[in-house]
Design a protein around this ligand. Sequence first.
Ligand SMILES: Cc1cc2nc3c(=O)[nH]c(=O)nc-3n(C[C@H](O)[C@H](O)[C@H](O)COP(=O)(O)OP(=O)(O)OC[C@H]3O[C@@H](n4cnc5c(N)ncnc54)[C@H](O)[C@@H]3O)c2cc1C
Length: 441
Amino acid sequence: MHLDTDIVILGAGLSGLAAAEALSAAGERVILLEKERLAGGLARTVAYKEHKFDLGGHRLYFEDAALAARVEKLLEPEPLLRLRRRSSNYVGGRLLSYPPTLLNGLLYAGPALLKRLRGPGLKPPEGSLKDWLHSRFGSGIHDAYFKDYTLKVWGLPTESISSVWAERRIGPLSLKNLFLEMLSIKSASKENTLDFLYPRGGIGGLCSALQKNLPAGALLTGAAPLEFGTGGGKIDSVLFEQDGKKRRIACRQVISTIPLTELAPLFKDDPGPASSARGIKYRSLIVLFASMKRKAPLRDHWVYFPEKEVFFSRACELSNWSPALAGPGGALPITFEVFCDEGDSTWRMKDEDLLRETERSLRAMKIFGGFETAEFTAVRLSHAYPLLYSGFEGPLEDLKSALAGYRNLELCGRTGAHAYLDMEECLHNAGAAAARVLAKK
Ligand SMILES: Cc1cc2nc3c(=O)[nH]c(=O)nc-3n(C[C@H](O)[C@H](O)[C@H](O)COP(=O)(O)OP(=O)(O)OC[C@H]3O[C@@H](n4cnc5c(N)ncnc54)[C@H](O)[C@@H]3O)c2cc1C
């Protein structure tokens, strides 16, 4: 059976769902193809036995008050919790507040501040994350807070990560603003925002609310796109497979929110995109959920673990995020984030081995005291982060130019546009893609 629609959207994460909601509200016929059995992508909340957990800590923060109000309305009647951020870095056997407290800030950024007060400014920013941090804060902040953590999360040293990532993640943070943040006077960067919002039942509430607004039949899950039909510089159909059956959808427009490395091979008659996509890289993530019997929860919402001896990079204490994530009782739920590359030795570890390595690190650290794991499971995310290595812009531009030959294709969202976007930016990005599609009508 052939299908016919106005717009095919590839991927039903936050961006795909938001674009679909906007377009169907405008009267367009939309079909979303999602290869997983459930929608939500990176921003979903996993239900496991009696537990619920997000795929890594996800907090909502908005610069756009109108969008915040719209999200609040969308989630009704579920309340949005307003939480004051508590997070730390575990270094040298101690938990250091992150963003840095005034004392830590003076210790690590003080020399750079003195140097700046005394004489000519520091070097202007350059191409890598290391240069970017050195030029703004000196080596102290780089060494204490970024050097080891970057290597663990990205698998690359700060010299090999593009300063574009620093601009995205750390933003317009100057030495002066850093000290204002340390005094809790002002949050200059969005990343270091002091308060955040959180849907009571988990971050997945946002995607579920968007999904509920879609017309019946608009979302096809377990549906993998196989190839595009093309002609005259346009995509005119999408062949996909669901439950072992292949079907083709004729369409006017395509919005892609899937990884560029999955999009490019869909052009079977045009090797250009697939060959340009070779320089596009991602970092993968394993989220290990464990319900652990222990005396008390950690103080923080999340803790970073930059030291290489510690198996995981970040832990989220779920009961601090919402009582709805606190689990059935008797044990405290927690997630551990382990970064790796798809297919490497960590990626291939059995869940039991992931737990064993995690427990070994916890015993060595002793911040947990005694513990006993009651239940655990692991979720693997192959395309968790677009990898913004130094020089990624060239291959990305090449691929975008190859794709620009298809006039009715829009790239959208964090994964689809290969940009380090947070959830607010994904919502904006999806709205803009939907508006462009409507304008082309
Ligand atoms: C660990 C972690 C923590 C984060 N914390 C925060 C935070 O605190 N605050 C914040 O604002 N943002 C946070 N983010 C970012 C946030 O998760 C993303 O901005 C957002 O979820 C991206 O949505 P998306 O739809 O663009 O991409 P995705 O969620 O990646 O959606 C893409 C969808 O496409 C599907 N797909 C993939 N390949 C195919 C294919 N071949 N065919 C069909 N479908 C396919 C996927 O299954 C997925 O559903 C975090 C991200 C991570 C990984």
